[in-house]
Design a protein around this ligand. Structure first.
Ligand SMILES: Nc1ncnc2c1ncn2[C@@H]1O[C@H](COP(=O)(O)OP(=O)(O)OP(=O)(O)O)[C@@H](O)[C@H]1O
Ligand SMILES: [Mg+2]
Length: 327
C-alpha cells in the first residue's frame, strides 16, 4: 500500500535468519525473512505447521535458546532501533514492554501455582515502577479491559479455576498490560471452541482500536486472516513466499502455494469429502534443495524451479510473490 509513509513503520525486519544446529545438520527454520509492520495495522502470518512462524516470532523477541538455535543474520528494527545490537538487559525491558508475545497455549504460559492476579501484577511490575498500593488497581484495570467479569473476585483465582476462554483473556491481559507498540499473537485460538474464539478475536480487535497497537497474528487459518488482518505474509519452509493486502491475496493469489492453501480452506456449503488438501509434505528444513522448496508439490513446476530460488517480484500494489512463473 503505497500511501503509507515510512514514518508509520514500527517494525522493520530485514533478512532474518535463524538456524538450529542438530545432529542431522543445520535446520534453517527462518531463512531470509523480511517484512514491515505499520502503526495500528494487523499483519497475518500463515503457513503450514513447521514453516517457521513461531521461530520467527521468538527470534523477534530474542527468545531463541542458544544452543541449539542462533540468529545468524538480519536486522530487527523496532521504532528505529536494531534489537539484535542491544545488550540483554535492554532486551529484557523491551520484552513485554514495547513488544509482547502471547503464546499458543494459554495453559503453558500461566503458572499453575500463582493466582492470576499475582501473575498480571508481575507482568506490570517488570516494566513499570508501580507502588504496591496502586498495583492491585492496575491489575483490576487490565482484567476489566479484557472483560473478565467480577475482576475483583477473579483476581484471586488460580489458572485451573478458570475456563479456557477466561485463561486466554488473562494471557491477553498480561500481553497488553504495559501498552506495547507491537503485540504478537501466536495462534492464540487453537485450543478454544469457536464461540470463545470469536469473542477472543473481537477482544483483540477492540484492544487494538483503543490503543493503536500493531498486531502480528500467526495462524494456519485463512478464515481468521480474512476476519482479522490488513495484510498477509504467507510462509513456506522458512521463507515468505507471498505478501500483500488481504483482499489482493484472497482475490489474486499469485504463488501456487498460496493458491493451494486457499483451496484447502473448507467452505461452509461444501461437502467435506471435497475438501482439498495440499498433496505431499513440507520439506525437512535441514536439507533444503537449492531451488524453490515448494517445487516438489507444485502443480506448475518448471525445470528452473529445482535449480534456483526465485526472487520476490511485485505482482500488484504492495503485493509481491516469489515464483518463477511470475518472472
Ligand atoms: N529447538 C529446535 N531444534 C531444532 N529444530 C527446531 C527447534 N525449534 C524449532 N525447530 C524447527 O524449526 C522449524 C520451524 O518451527 P516453528 O515452530 O517455527 O513452526 P511453526 O510454523 O510455528 O509451526 P506450527 O504451525 O506447528 O506452530 C521446524 O522445522 C522445527 O522442527
Ligand atoms: Mg508455531
Amino acid at each position: 500500500m503505497a500511501h503509507f509513509e515510512t514514518a508509520d513503520i514500527v517494525l522493520d525486519v530485514q533478512n532474518l535468519r535463524t538456524h538450529f544446529e542438530t545432529r542431522w545438520g543445520t535446520v534453517k527454520a527462518v531463512d531470509g525473512v523480511s517484512f514491515t509492520l505499520r502503526r495500528g495495522e494487523t499483519l497475518g502470518i500463515v503457513g503450514e505447521s513447521g514453516c517457521g512462524k513461531s521461530v520467527t516470532m521468538l527470534s523477534l523477541m530474542r527468545l531463541i535458546r542458544t544452543p541449539p538455535g542462533r540468529i545468524v543474520s538480519g536486522k530487527i528494527i523496532l521504532d528505529g532501533e536494531d534489537l539484535l545490537t542491544l545488550p540483554e538487559p535492554s532486551m529484557t525491558k523491551i520484552r513485554g514492554g514495547q513488544m509482547a508475545l502471547i503464546i499458543q497455549d494459554p495453559m503453558t504460559s500461566l503458572n499453575p501455582v500463582f493466582s492470576i492476579g499475582s501473575q498480571v501484577a508481575e507482568a506490570i511490575r517488570l516494566h513499570q515502577r508501580t507502588p504496591k498500593a496502586s498495583l492491585l488497581q492496575k491489575v483490576l484495570e487490565v482484567l476489566r479491559k479484557v472483560h473478565i467479569p467480577a475482576a475483583e473476585v477473579r483476581v484471586r483465582d488460580y489458572p485451573h479455576q478458570m475456563s479456557g476462554g477466561m485463561r486466554q483473556r488473562v494471557v491477553g491481559a498480561m500481553g497488553i498490560s504495559c501498552q506495547p507498540m507491537v503485540l504478537i499473537a501466536d495462534e492464540p485460538t487453537t485450543s478454544l471452541d469457536v464461540t470463545i474464539q470469536a469473542q477472543y478475536l473481537k477482544l483483540l480487535k477492540d484492544l487494538q482500536r483503543e490503543s493503536g497497537v500493531s498486531l502480528i497474528f500467526i495462524t494456519h487459518d485463512f478464515g481468521i486472516v480474512a476476519k482479522m488482518c490488513d495484510r498477509v505474509a504467507v510462509m513456506y519452509a522458512g521463507k515468505i513466499v507471498e505478501e500483500g493486502d488481504v483482499r489482493a491475496i484472497f482475490n489474486h493469489p499469485s504463488h501456487p502455494y498460496t493458491e493451494a492453501l486457499l483451496a484447502s480452506v473448507p467452505k461452509m456449503e461444501e461437502d467435506v469429502e471435497r475438501l482439498y488438501a495440499i498433496e505431499g509434505q513440507p520439506p525437512a528444513l535441514h536439507n533444503l534443495p537449492p531451488g524453490c522448496a515448494f517445487a516438489d508439490r507444485c502443480p506448475a513446476v518448471m525445470e528452473r524451479c529445482h535449480a534456483e530460488y526465485p526472487h520476490a517480484v511485485p505482482v500488484g500494489d504492495g503485493h509481491t510473490a516469489a515464483c518463477w512463473r511470475l518472472v
